[in-house]
Ligand binder design. Sequence first.
Ligand code: HEC
Ligand code: HEC
Length: 223
Amino acid sequence: MRTSWWLLGVALAAPPEPVTTAPLAPSLHQAMAERLRIVSQAREAVIAGNMEGVHDAARALERVPAPPTRPEWADFVVDLQLFTTAARGATSVAEAADAVAAVTQACARCHERAAGGPDLTSSALPPVTWSSDVQMSRHAWAMSWLGLGLLKPNDDAWRRGAQQLADEPPPTTARSEEIVALEAQLRELGARAVTTQAGPDRSVVYAQLLTTCARCHMRREGE
Ligand code: HEC
Ligand code: HEC
């Protein structure tokens, strides 16, 4: 019997049955929703250049009860632990970005195998189209969909975020050379992400994007 779950902002009405396995127990659904919350927090911490936030999120992820160890999932669980440890020990934003991307990719590999992962039609997720009434910046909206696209994994969600960054118009007002360069880099990485095929290449470009966001935000702090 399936109930509808509304946990931590993720609507979980009748998730699709996994192809290869029996459904997860309710407590495991709850643990997965908790993982999504923490991985989103880790992504936001990298974007803000907040290393302490990344370390805290990694520690929180380590405290979530381990995913079910079905024999065919064992490698994904090991990867998840490995990259979570890397995030906890990251000493630079680039390292933190790599680790958060690798964690997300580890989640994705198991979801792909188990036909699981977040419900991308939930009303709790950012709306499909960005508009100025969305209570988040265009950049945050784009990275949120890229993150969900990587995690599920799902091509439409990934490309939605990538295309938004690729299409961002260049600034019209006078800006410093560094700002113009960072914004151009976001557009280029966005365009590259649009055509990057699913798999490890996507986590590479995702990490580069996270690092680019952080470089601009950290620069402000230093001023
Ligand atoms: C070992 C395998 C495995 C790993 C690793 C894994 N998941 Fe999952 N996850 C699943 C399965 C299986 C489901 C779907 C189960 C179902 O529909 O019955 C799922 C579902 C989900 C859901 C939807 C929750 C629900 O109740 O339907 C979210 C959100 C989620 N995972 C997030 C994550 C995040 C974030 C990570 C990485 C930090 C992660 N998962 C790592 C196997 C895994
Ligand atoms: C070229 C510089 C630059 C880049 C690159 C950049 N940002 Fe920002 N971002 C800013 C500035 C400046 C602010 C502060 C704006 C303000 O306080 O109104 C900001 C603020 C934010 C905020 C906080 C908004 C709020 O309402 O408080 C978020 C979230 C954000 N950026 C996300 C991102 C993401 C995600 C990326 C990467 C895809 C990114 N930014 C890339 C310059 C940048």
